[in-house]
Design a protein around this ligand. Sequence first.
Ligand code: ATP
Length: 137
Amino acid sequence: SERTLVLVKPDGVERGLVGEVISRIERKGLKLVALELKNVDRQLAEQHYAEHDGKPFFESLIEFITGGPVVAACVEGPKAIAAFRQLAGGTDPVEKAAPGSIRGDFGLEVQYNLVHGSDSPESAARELKLWFPELGA
Ligand code: ATP
């Protein structure tokens, strides 16, 4: 079994899609290990998105993710990382995400793509330590 970090980003919280996202995670058979509504400060945002530092959209991304509360979850199950990325769909909600996925069903713009899921075991370990240090994974 594997753990991944899932975020419902500020656009998803603002639009009232928290229940929809959690429901899809549960219906897939994944388990919630931790769940929290959280205001993201600049330091956490920059650490979370460190790999994008220097890219043209970095500043806008940091402003977006710190602009309102997010829901952070630690999600567990067999192949949890790939399983949630399948639920989320591709990064661009129109060009990449298929209908039936969270982004494909609810998103239009690449920045406002509603959810985040860790993309590898290394990212999941790094991100879970940032968002849920108390889990001690
Ligand atoms: P996430 O890391 O949030 O799960 P991802 O792995 O699908 O998304 P990344 O390429 O890591 O996508 O980009 C991180 C986030 O940065 C995206 O989810 C999106 O919100 C934002 N983003 C990515 N590309 C762009 C872009 N070209 N313009 C604006 N925002 C972008």
